[in-house]
Design a protein around this ligand. Structure first.
Ligand SMILES: Cc1cc2nc3c(=O)[nH]c(=O)nc-3n(C[C@H](O)[C@H](O)[C@H](O)COP(=O)(O)OP(=O)(O)OC[C@H]3O[C@@H](n4cnc5c(N)ncnc54)[C@H](O)[C@@H]3O)c2cc1C
Length: 217
């Protein structure tokens, strides 16, 4: 696999092009840190953008197909989708309203998503979803049975046309605004995990697993 994606007319970041990143490693890290992706597709001229969970396995993204599955009936060649993943790292409070912004890392992936039929690949995708939610969980929870596997629709998007965009660093104000007497700076943002809350029907004798008790992001 080449280390970089080659930007084309569909994936080249136009605005603030210096923020565009096509390096595979950086893109994989953003995809692996994100928990939710937004899947965009068009149906009968109406665009839909549906949030859903996903996991990257090698050079593909797997996501649940319930939202798009009705479109897939009879479309064996796949459906064109645009998948985005966004991580918000900070609020950028500039001196001027115009230059307020966010620090972020985002990925946009374009291509045709295909339905996964092979049970072994479905299992691999479900394993990746579960381990992404919490590493260690797959081995403890009951694994999917045949009926559940059949009822689960999963799609795979090969990562071929991909871009990332990253804004980091300080406020960028216009030169004349640095004299404006107002606080300016960054408010860092982070997604954090709280303490686990036992399910009402969970036997109190079962200890909280270490992977949940110690989960940090
Ligand atoms: C949290 C957050 C807040 C943002 N707020 C603003 C805002 O207020 N105003 C604003 O103008 N922009 C904002 N952006 C940037 C925005 O996502 C677009 O990059 C920008 O509006 C359009 O860029 P473009 O004209 O270069 O891209 P377009 O011509 O729209 O897209 C061309 C191609 O560039 C790539 N691309 C564009 N944007 C991104 C991206 N964010 N991540 C990865 N690949 C991308 C895609 O492959 C896309 O197909 C924000 C981004 C994030 C993540």
């Amino acid at each position: 696999m080449p280390e970089n994606f080659t930007p084309n007319e569909r994936t080249r970041v136009v605005r603030e092009p210096h923020r565009g990143v096509y390096d595979r490693d950086t893109i994989n890290k953003i995809l692996d840190e994100g928990l939710v992706c937004h899947v965009g597709f068009a149906m009968d001229g109406q665009p839909y953008v549906i949030p859903t969970m996903y996991a990257r396995v090698g050079d593909a993204i797997y996501f649940h197909g319930s939202a798009a599955s009705r479109m897939l009936r009879g479309v064996s060649a796949g459906i064109p989708v645009c998948i985005t993943v966004t991580l918000v790292d900070g609020l950028v409070l500039a001196r001027s309203v115009f230059n307020h912004s966010m620090n972020y890392r985002s990925v946009v992936a374009l291509g045709k998503a295909v339905q996964v039929d092979a049970p072994a690949e479905k299992i691999e995708a479900l394993h990746a979803f579960t381990e992404k939610i919490l590493p260690g969980r797959w081995n403890e929870a009951r694994q999917p049975n045949e009926k559940e596997l059949k009822a689960t629709s999963i799609l795979r998007l090969p990562l071929t046309e991909v871009s990332a965009k990253i804004r980091s660093g300080p406020v960028e104000d216009d030169a004349e605004d640095y004299s404006v007497h107002v606080w300016a700076g960054i408010v860092p943002m982070q997604l954090t995990a709280g303490a686990p809350i036992r399910d009402e029907r969970c036997d109190p004798a079962i200890p909280v697993p270490q992977y949940a008790a110690r989960y940090r992001r």
